[in-house]
Structure formats: structure tokens, C-alpha cells
Design a protein around this ligand. Structure first.
Ligand SMILES: Cc1cc2nc3c(=O)[nH]c(=O)nc-3n(C[C@H](O)[C@H](O)[C@H](O)COP(=O)(O)O)c2cc1C
Length: 212
């Protein structure tokens, strides 16, 4: 799903196939490639993600492992965040936050939070890298429409060594074709892809995270 030849991971977070987030993900990947880097789109809905049990086993376990690790695809999704040279999220806003599948994945990163807290050496060795986000929302208005998703994503990603830049929030995107029928929004998304691709170029001397 994501290998050493991929520079940038574009995580598409919608539960709806062929909607605005998928369109944004394709534009972002195009922008990355136009900037000279490689990109891979990862559609979150294709993966099995079980809910955190809040059992706290990861806090006690030496490697901060999760008891659910062998039962779903969460570890392979974490692999993407640990090994990409940059990450971009393309996500709809659901009830002022991230969609439940994405939030369920976020909650499972409690084991990464524990590893960071305990100073686990495998996580300390992961380099700092940039992250970007493009949010689409149906509402035309709402000052704080993107705050919930931005904060959750920021504090999720920081434990992977990913620093989230100011997200691009697109309002009034409700029907599946709304993004692509808006030239200014399409341009802004493409520009974010260019920025992510260039960020990888600027760091071309930096090595990837160690393979686990
Ligand atoms: C469960 C659900 C909750 C939503 N909540 C909000 C919301 O709080 N604010 C908003 O502006 N749009 C909301 N929307 C609209 C979506 O953000 C909008 O339709 C978006 O374009 C969907 O992205 P997609 O085309 O990638 O699926 C919601 C949609 C769904 C399905």
C-alpha cells in the first residue's frame, strides 16, 4: 500500500467514494507529482479499523503494543505515517470533526502516545516531517467549522513526528461534484499538493525513518 519509493502519502478520509475528499486527494497527489515527488493515495475506508478498548495495556507493555494489533489494519496505517516523507489528509467535516472511521484510527494511536511518553527508542528515531490537511464541509459559514478536525489531527500527528501546517478549509462543498466545479477551490487544493511536493524536495538530503 505504501513503500519506500513513495514520498508523500495522501490519506483520503471520506466514507463516501467519489466525493469531494476523493477529488481533493486526486488533486493533491497530482500537485505532489507536478512538484517532482511521488505520491500514493490511501483510502481509509478500504481498511479495517477497530475501536480502542481503553484497556491501557499499551501503557504497561514494553513496546507499547496494542492488544488489537493482529486483528485489523491499524498498524499498516501507522506504518504510512511513520515512513512517508510528508503526509496530506483530505477529509470531510462530520459534525464539526473528523469522520468516525478516521477518529477511530486516531484513538488507536494511544499506543503511539504512550510510546512517546515513555521515550521508546524506536519512536524517538523517527524524523520530524511536515503534514498538510484539506478539509471539505457542506456549510457555507461557521467560524469554527474546521477547529475540531484541525486540533484532533494536530495532536494525533505530532506523536508520529508530523507537524501540521495551517489546513485548507473549503466551505460550501456538499454534493459530490462541488469541489471540481469550483475553479478557485480546485486551484487551492492543487497548490497545497505543490507545497507538499516541494517540502519533500527541500528535504531531499534527509533520510526516511528507519524501517520497522
Ligand atoms: C455524517 C455527516 C456529518 C456532516 N457534518 C457536517 C458538519 O458538521 N458541517 C458541515 O459543514 N458539513 C457536514 N457534512 C457535510 C459534508 O462535510 C460534505 O457533504 C462533504 O462534501 C462530504 O465530503 P465527501 O464528498 O468527501 O464525502 C456532514 C456530512 C455527513 C455525511
Amino acid at each position: 500500500m505504501f513503500d519506500a519509493s513513495d514520498d508523500v502519502a495522501v490519506i483520503a478520509c471520506s466514507h463516501r467514494a467519489g466525493g469531494n475528499s476523493d477529488a481533493a486527494a486526486a488533486l493533491l497527489a497530482r500537485g505532489v507529482r507536478e512538484a517532482g515527488a511521488s505520491a500514493r493515495v490511501v483510502e481509509l475506508r478500504q481498511y479495517r479499523v477497530l475501536a480502542c478498548l481503553a484497556c491501557r495495556a499499551c501503557a504497561a507493555e514494553a513496546q507499547s503494543r496494542c492488544v488489537l494489533a493482529a486483528q485489523d489494519d491499524v498498524e499498516s496505517l501507522f506504518h504510512v505515517l511513520l515512513h512517508a516523507r510528508a503526509v496530506i489528509f483530505a477529509s470531510p467535516i462530520y459534525f464539526y470533526g473528523l469522520p468516525s472511521l478516521c477518529k477511530t484510527w486516531v484513538d488507536r494511536s494511544q499506543r503511539i502516545w504512550e510510546a512517546r511518553r515513555k521515550g521508546d527508542s524506536w519512536l524517538a528515531a523517527v524524523p520530524e516531517r511536515p503534514a498538510f490537511a484539506c478539509f471539505v464541509a457542506g456549510q457555507a459559514k461557521g467560524d469554527r467549522l474546521f477547529d475540531g478536525a484541525r486540533l484532533t489531527l494536530k495532536y494525533f500527528l505530532v506523536n508520529f513526528g508530523l507537524s501540521l501546517a495551517e489546513p485548507l478549509g473549503l466551505r460550501g462543498m456538499d454534493a459530490a461534484g462541488d469541489l471540481l466545479s469550483n475553479a478557485a477551490a480546485t486551484r487551492a487544493v492543487l497548490d497545497m499538493g505543490h507545497a507538499a511536493g516541494k517540502s519533500v524536495h527541500h528535504r531531499s538530503g534527509a533520510s526516511h525513518a528507519p524501517r520497522s
